[in-house]
Design a protein around this ligand. Structure first.
Ligand code: SAM
Length: 299
């Protein structure tokens, strides 16, 4: 995996670095997530719903919860301490995290799997990163808390740091859950229909064979009734003409992306038809949406 550039001068202290490329396509084998957290109970209910529940029951994923406090030596099971240099808050001590990861690595003969530190300072998590992670057999996710973790954990234990966005949460548990959810739904056999994940917004050819819009937003979806409060479903979708529907969907995906996330079009492989469509949109004065009038009522 090539998620994060990291300087790890002493990484041999815990284990060799993770492989820098995708290991192999995953078909039919189980993917293991090892979550290192001070709140293992946090994950319990979410493992009983939706794709996570289905993936566990179906044998595509195994999710192991490791209480960081089990890797402490003192009577109080202390995982944190005050920051050197002063300042507010507490910081995760290095020893319990080093021990927890070393114990996990000891279970795997070559000790090579990604050890991901959840951190607002990490590489931004995207669908492309999820597609890369789903090719791993095993992932360890370290959930920080308080002011964060001793920097030596980032430097010498984690192979990668991942952020779920430019905002700060109180702990790494929600980010870890979010990452697991988005990775697990890509594993073959987890969703009822494989094609469904591959047509989602942001999907790339990495996710597997299928029809890709190469990172575009998804096209609009409609279901019954064909008319609701005077708003009619686009006629083309009722026509039964699959080729025309395919072209319509591609154009709408392109339009949505142009309007909502024009940044995604940078470097996008536009077909001649795509180019013409974008020219038309611009000629017609269709502009990317700017956030204004947040919460403006539509009904
Ligand atoms: N002081 C840290 C900073 O400013 O970079 C923030 C620490 S945060 C309050 C506590 C923990 O929550 C972090 O160690 C990390 O595990 C998790 N966390 C918070 N925001 C996150 C984000 N955007 N992405 C991933 N993890 C996050």
């Amino acid at each position: 995996m090539s998620v994060a550039p990291a300087t790890r001068p002493h990484e041999a202290a815990v284990g060799p670095p993770m492989p820098r490329q995708a290991r192999r396509p995953r078909y039919g084998s189980r993917m293991t997530f090892d979550l290192v957290t001070i709140f293992p109970g946090f994950f319990k209910s979410m493992l009983e719903y939706g794709v996570l529940k289905r993936a566990i029951a179906g044998g595509q994923a195994s999710i192991r919860l490791h209480d960081l406090r089990d890797f402490t030596d003192d009577r109080h099971r202390t995982v944190d301490d005050r920051p050197f240099g002063g300042g507010p808050g507490m910081v995760f001590k290095p020893e319990p995290v080093f021990k927890a990861i070393a114990a996990l690595q000891a279970e795997t003969p070559d000790r090579r799997f990604p050890v991901i530190l959840l951190s607002p300072q990490g590489t931004l998590f995207t669908q492309a990163v999820a597609e890369e992670l789903m090719r791993q057999d095993r992932l360890a996710l370290i959930c920080g808390r308080y002011e964060g973790v001793d920097e030596r954990i980032a430097e010498h234990v984690a192979t990668d740091e991942i952020s779920i966005g430019d905002f700060v949460l109180s702990g790494g548990e929600l980010p870890a859950a979010l990452i697991m959810e988005s990775v697990v739904r890509l594993l073959p056999g987890v969703l009822g229909n494989e094609e469904s994940a591959r047509q989602d917004s942001f999907s790339t050819p990495q996710a597997g064979p299928g029809e890709f819009r190469h990172g575009l937003l998804d096209f609009p979806h409609y279901t019954r009734p064909a008319e609701f409060q005077g708003w009619r479903v686009p006629e083309i979708l009722l026509s039964g003409n699959h080729e025309e529907i395919r072209r319509w969907r591609r154009q709408r995906a392109l339009e949505k992306t142009w309007r909502k996330r024009p940044d995604l079009l940078a470097g996008f492989p536009l077909s001649e038809e795509d180019r013409q469509r974008l020219d038309t949109l611009q000629r017609e004065g269709c502009e990317p949406v700017a956030i204004s009038g947040l919460g403006e009522q539509k009904l």
